[in-house]
Design a protein around this ligand. Structure first.
Ligand SMILES: [Zn+2]
Length: 397
């Protein structure tokens, strides 16, 4: 047994305990939580830390597979240019993929992450996930906007998915984004998702060029598809609607859904989503550092709060982020949206991600019987309960 205390404990479900005590078994399972009402007397065997204790973090959106592209691209290029760079520089046979993905897995662990929703286009990182101390849910992502590629693209995704399942990894097949999936391929993903009752994830509303493609069959993503990827889009008929609106009917209401990025999401989009599917089955994953890196924009987080949406946090990949640190994402949010209480941001970084990835039976909150991991945040403003630039994460368990 070990006993931890600190100036404050954020349990992850909205409770703050001042100088409380967490009792953990040798296996890291929470055996007891003691509320001292802020009056911690000298107690034998209690390890006291300066700072705030939280449950282990959940990173709801990452691409381990792209870790070797760290610092490979310029910042603020916009999404179409970024997509072109990834398509050009991505080499599925690069031996660096495994080395850097393993380093990234270790970096996540050191930074207090216990669970990850990770996008895979191949099986390259599966051995790393199998060995990792982190629990992964793999979103096997299908890619194919060309109607000619439907069978091949879905076949590749199924192969990858079967391998993940054979290895005992948690996985589902998901669409990359409205602009990377043809209607025919999307139909296959949808039927499969319904039959497997799986968790879905999709990049959404990251760039206005997605809407140009669907509204008018034009714009920078259209040009990326036709010029960089040589896809024949002569049979593609624009819907005349925005990208999300064009595909939302393909996202089954029975399935949990993580919408990732949401930079351009406005009230009208939230109204559309809430009319189309249950919001309790829908999570909005924010990757602020990646958004600043690629588009130099952030989502309207206050609007999401006003609508009481379920928010999670993700780092995205090292091709669009300098670090894989959920604490850094939290700092960025707090500095751009100073009125959001830290306790709320911590719940996005913990329990919301755990629920979205169906890992809340053991992760996301400090609760008796769970094994959530324990993080210590140091260098905080303990009067105002705010993160500071120098705040750091220390993984205790
Ligand atoms: Zn992504």
């Amino acid at each position: 047994m070990r006993k931890f205390s600190a100036h404050f404990i954020f349990t992850g479900n909205g409770t703050i305990l001042e100088k409380g005590i967490i009792v953990l078994t040798d296996q890291g399972v929470v055996a007891d939580i003691i509320d001292t009402n802020g009056k911690l007397e000298e107690k034998a065997g209690v390890e006291f830390y300066s700072g705030v204790l939280t449950p282990g973090f959940v990173n709801a959106h990452c691409h381990l597979e792209l870790s070797h592209l760290r610092a490979a691209f310029g910042e603020r290029s916009g999404l179409p240019e970024f997509l072109k760079n990834v398509a050009q520089r991505r080499n599925h046979n690069d031996p660096e993929i495994l080395v850097e993905a393993r380093n990234a897995d270790h970096e996540l662990w050191r930074n207090g992450v216990v669970a990850v929703g990770d996008i895979s286009n191949t099986n390259a990182t599966f051995p790393i996930k199998l060995e990792s101390k982190i629990a992964y849910h793999t979103f096997v992502e299908a890619l194919g906007f060309s109607p000619d590629r439907v069978e091949k693209a879905f076949g590749l995704a199924c192969q990858c998915y079967d391998q993940a399942k054979e290895m005992g990894l948690s996985a589902s097949i998901v669409p990359h984004s409205p602009y990377a999936i043809s209607k025919e391929l999307f139909d296959k993903i949808t039927s499969f998702a319904i039959s497997e009752n799986s968790v879905l994830s999709m990049h959404s509303q990251e760039s206005s060029a997605e809407d140009d493609l669907y509204r008018s069959g034009d714009g920078e993503i259209f040009r990326h598809l036709t010029e960089n990827l040589n896809i024949d889009l002569t049979t593609f008929r624009p819907s005349g609607k925005g990208a999300l609106e064009s595909v939302i009917g393909n996202l089954p209401i029975e399935n949990k859904l993580l919408l990732v990025h949401n930079i351009r999401t406005a009230q009208g989009d939230i109204d559309l989503i809430s009319k189309t599917r249950p919001l309790f089955q829908t999570w909005f994953v924010l990757c602020p550092e990646s958004n600043l890196f690629i588009e130099n924009l952030l989502p309207d987080i206050e609007l999401f709060r006003k609508n009481k949406l379920q928010i999670c946090l993700g780092t995205d990949s090292l091709s669009s982020n300098h670090k894989l640190s959920i604490l850094d994402e939290m700092k960025t949010i707090q500095s751009h949206f100073p009125s959001i209480p830290l306790i709320e941001i911590v719940s996005w970084a913990t329990i919301n991600g755990a629920r979205a990835l169906e890992m809340d039976s053991w992760a996301g909150t400090i609760e008796i019987g769970k094994r959530p991991g324990i993080n210590l945040i140091t260098g905080m403003d303990l009067q105002q309960l705010r993160l500071q630039p120098q705040s750091q994460i220390r993984k205790l368990i």
